[in-house]
Design a protein. Structure first.
Length: 142
């Protein structure tokens, strides 16, 4: 009988996510990873709202496992799709998630983009972005 081993990306998921969160906390200049989590979740939701279901699934597929789970969690697939706006307008939108406990910075989207790019396979990530609208590619420009 042949056994499939657990893929390393799943075996390492918690450690990789912890490292991602510490890097993002430091990049954003936040005090805690709890503050960082809200910033991350907000940025991912702002992006997701602007994709079709198939585009969002294709994007999620190239994320590390825990980020993939955050990207799809609490997803209302019936929510009306939004248009991409200016970076400033979308940054203001990041502040709407848990408004009283949200420490999203003026550079939240760029901060997440910069750190995310260090935690994904660059070629795979770029190929996934190439299949999305140009505004979606611009969103992930650091």
């Amino acid at each position: 009988m042949s056994r499939m081993t657990i893929p390393m990306e799943y075996r390492q998921a918690s450690a990789d996510f912890d490292a991602f969160m510490v890097e993002l906390r430091d990049e954003a200049g936040l005090a805690t990873t709890n503050q960082t989590y809200t910033l991350l979740q907000a940025v991912l939701q702002v992006f997701r709202r602007r994709l079709s279901l198939s585009e969002a699934i294709a994007f999620a597929a190239v994320l590390p496992p825990v980020l993939r789970a955050i990207f799809v969690s609490d997803w209302d697939t019936e929510e009306p799709r939004k248009e991409f706006e200016s970076r400033e307008a979308m940054t203001r939108e990041t502040r709407e998630l848990r408004r009283d406990h949200n420490f999203s910075t003026e550079t939240a989207i760029a901060d997440v983009a910069k750190v995310l790019r260090r935690h994904v396979d660059t070629g795979t990530f770029e190929r996934a972005l190439a299949g999305l609208p140009s505004a979606a590619r611009d969103f992930w420009a650091p």
